[in-house]
Every structure is written in structure tokens, then in C-alpha cells.
Design a binder for this molecule. Structure first.
Ligand code: FAQ
Length: 326
């Protein structure tokens, strides 16, 4: 189905229909699954929503690593709830993508054979408990910065999924900051762990917003269609502006000697991430890419018997349904 869609992209689209569609977008209308939409709009949404869904699912792995080693029962319960929320986010997003005519199985297969991406951030390892704090504070913080505007995105099912996701991400960010407060205000060793986690997650968190605007391939068209509401650099700047004072409050130092408030621009100046590292990670060469994909492949293969059983059961029931009222 998805392959057919890609092929049909070469078909010329009616300029009048394209114009009417753009007028609807410009007027702030929501586009719904049954509405006419350009192939490119559909394809871009499938790519972005699919990548987003995969990120939520793969994103369970780095934190799942610490569930059995959480320092207290309360922290364990909170972390479990958070990781389960991420699974739920993945499911809402797969459902939103399915309304565009692609199945969840197709999306999963594209993730597993690397035709689709997931967020770069989840290719970094979680080495200490403080990383759970840094992920909540920085990774969920960056995710919210990106996702709050997406509640107003032009595609109805995506915008509505974002509303609930953002509420839950807000709890995730707070639980992460709470871990950071405890550690940063704790023993010298705990403070050292918190600083080390910040050092390792700062630039990967900045990379979550995507390449700089000059190198972003999709931003111009996606913004015209209101699939994206802000550019990558706009959101990155907002994130730095929000996070730098929080680091001060924690008594931690952001690992950037050039970070300073710029009165003139009303925001912080900061050092850009190392973009060669970003491209290495999104092209499969980050520290944990192989491990993350292997875990997803194993989960998919281990679940085959469940899918087979469900299908067989559905077929059995379908066979029992009387053909017509007699
Ligand atoms: N990682 O032209 P652009 C979360 C790719 S959810 C990997 O600027 P676009 C929750 C991009 O796909 C995190 N690839 O692309 C959580 C494109 O390649 P392609 C996920 C990236 O789409 C927290 C190429 O680079 N959130 O964290 C990345 O206009 C804690 C050119 O880039 C979303 O997905 C990247 N960081 O803008 C879960 C939000 N950045 O596809 C567990 C929705 C770029 O042509 C624990 N997505 N690329 O091969 C978006 O807003 C956008 O898709 C961007 C990228 C902003 C991510």
C-alpha cells in the first residue's frame, strides 16, 4: 500500500485542488482522513508521524534498562509508569498514521529494515541512574518543546494525539527534574553523577530538533502545510532559553563555554552541536544503533505467534458469521 503511494506521487495533481487545499491550510482548517490531500502531504505525515511513533517505542529501551535497578520502590513505580506511557504514545501515533492508509505492520517493517528513522537521542547509552533524571529533564523537555506546537498541526488525528501526549510528557519532564534536584542537592558523588549525565545528554538533546534550518530538507514545505509549526532552530533556541536557568537552579553547569545571555536577541548564545556526530547517528552509526534495532527485531519476531494466533482466531470467527439473514 505504502509502495503504491510512493509510485503514485509521480502523478500530476490538479492545480485547482492543490490551491483549494492550501487555502484550507492557510485558513487554519483541520484536514481529516477522508478529505482530499496532496500525495506529498500524506507522505510527509506518514514519515513524520511514523518516525515519531518509532521514537516513542525505541525510546522505552534506554529507560527500561534502569527499571530493575531504580533506587527505591517509589522511583521504580514512577519509571514504570513513564515507560508504559511511552508505549501508549507510540500506539496513539501508529493509529494516527494508519488513518493515512499505511498499516502498523508496514511501518514496523520499514523501521526494522531501516527505511524509516527514529529519534537520534535513543542511540545513546544510559550509564547511571542520573541518566533517568537527565532524560526526563532534557529529552522529555525537548520533546515537549517540539510537541506543544504540534497540537495545532493541520492534520486532525495527529493534532488530537498530541494533546494527550503533551500532558503525559509534562509529568515525565517533572519527574526527571525531580531526580536531578535530589541528585544535584545530594552527596558530592550524586552531584558528580548529575553533572556527568548533563554533560553527556546536553548536545544529543539539542540534536533532537533536527539539523540547522539551512540544512533541513523538509522544513519549508512542512511549515507551508502546517505539519511543522516552527523551524528546527527556533525550537532549539527556545529549549536553550528555557533550560539554562533550570541548570543554574540545580547548581549544574551546561557543558558549553560559549553559553551566555544575549540581551540584544533576548535569548542565549550557544555552541551548535557537532553535526557530523548527528549525521553519523541518524545514518546508523551511533553508540547504540545496532543494539536498539536488534532489540526491536527480537520483539517483533518473538511476537509473531501472538499475531498469528489473533489472525487465526479472527478467521475462525469470520467463518462462523452467517452469510445473510435467513
Ligand atoms: N533523529 O528536514 P529535517 C520523544 C532526519 S519523541 C533522527 O529537518 P523534519 C518522547 C529527518 O527525519 C522524539 N532523524 O526533518 C520520549 C530527515 O530525514 P528523512 C521524536 C532526524 O522531519 C522521550 C533529515 O534528518 N519526536 O522523545 C532527527 O522536517 C523520552 C532532515 O531533517 C518527533 O519525532 C533526529 N533528531 O524535522 C520517548 C517529533 N532530526 O526522514 C521516550 C515529530 C531530523 O528525510 C523517552 N517530528 N532527522 O530521511 C518532528 O518534529 C520532525 O520530524 C523533526 C525533524 C523536527 C524531528
Amino acid at each position: 500500500m505504502y509502495a503504491q503511494m510512493i509510485e503514485s506521487e509521480v502523478e500530476c495533481e490538479d492545480p485547482q485542488k492543490l490551491k483549494e487545499f492550501q487555502n484550507r491550510i492557510d485558513a487554519g482548517d483541520k484536514i481529516e482522513p477522508q478529505d482530499w490531500m496532496p500525495n506529498g502531504y500524506r507522505k510527509t505525515l506518514i514519515r513524520q508521524i511514523g518516525q515519531h511513533a518509532h521514537s516513542e517505542i525505541v525510546g522505552q529501551l534506554p529507560e527500561g534498562n534502569w527499571i530493575t535497578r531504580a533506587p527505591t520502590l517509589e522511583r521504580k513505580a514512577i519509571l514504570l509508569a513513564k515507560v508504559q506511557d511511552e508505549a501508549g504514545h507510540g500506539l496513539y501515533l501508529y493509529c494516527a498514521a494508519e488513518t493515512l492508509g499505511v498499516s502498523r505492520d508496514e511501518l514496523t517493517e520499514m523501521l526494522l529494515d531501516e527505511r524509516m528513522k527514529y529519534s537520534s537521542i535513543f542511540n545513546y547509552p544510559t550509564l547511571t541512574w542520573a541518566d533517568m533524571g537527565a532524560i526526563g529533564w532534557l529529552v522529555d523537555g525537548a520533546a515537549i518543546m517540539n510537541q506543544v506546537p504540534l497540537q495545532r498541526t493541520s492534520y486532525g488525528p495527529y493534532a488530537r494525539a498530541m494533546i494527550r501526549i503533551c500532558k503525559e510528557e509534562s509529568f515525565h519532564q517533572r519527574q526527571g527534574f525531580d531526580i536531578m534536584i535530589k541528585m544535584a542537592k545530594g552527596s558530592a558523588e550524586q552531584k558528580h553523577m548529575a553533572q556527568d549525565a548533563l554533560n553527556r545528554f546536553w548536545y544529543p538533546a539539542l540534536m533532537m530538533f533536527g539539523p540547522s534550518d539551512t540544512d533541513s530538507v523538509h522544513s519549508v514545505q512542512s511549515m507551508a502545510w502546517k505539519i511543522k509549526m516552527n523551524t528546527n532552530d527556533e525550537l532549539r533556541q527556545k529549549f536553550v532559553d528555557q533550560t539554562a536557568p533550570q541548570a543554574d537552579l540545580l547548581g549544574l553547569t551546561i557543558p558549553d563555554a560559549n553559553l551566555e545571555w544575549d540581551e540584544h536577541k533576548g535569548g542565549y548564545n550557544f555552541t551548535e552541536p557537532d553535526w557530523s556526530e548527528f549525521y553519523a547517528v541518524i545514518n546508523g552509526n551511533g553508540p547504540c544503533n545496532v543494539e536498539r534495532l536488534a532489540a526491536r527485531k527480537k520483539a517483533w519476531e518473538d511476537g509473531q505467534w501472538v499475531r498469528d494466533g489473533l489472525l487465526a482466531n479472527a478467521e475462525k470467527h469470520a467463518a462462523k458469521i452467517p452469510v445473510a439473514a435467513e
